[in-house]
Design a protein around this ligand. Sequence first.
Ligand SMILES: [Fe+2]
Length: 110
Amino acid sequence: MRLDQVAESVGGAIKRKKCQAMEGLIEEGEEMMEEKEDSEALDAGLILAAQKVEHYEIASYGGLRAWAELMGHTDAVDLLQETLEEEKNADQKLNQIAESVANLEAERQE
Ligand SMILES: [Fe+2]
């Protein structure tokens, strides 16, 4: 796993810890799914929930990359940058999906 490589590159080890914020985001998404179950807004809501997760990941990996940069851990910077780009791409894809869902919705209402 890439994070293990990051840890290795800085001579450390990873201690796994449950992420409360991510758990909250997932819970919020599940709640929204129940509330919007029969609604046309379900797709838009699901995309939004997924984007919140991506944005949280972008903030986390971006912060870690900045720390690695400050500490001169160039290998870790490269590895974290790769992950950061993947998360940004995922967010971009979700944006595109959100737009096409919105367009379909608009067409359906015409
Ligand atoms: Fe992600």
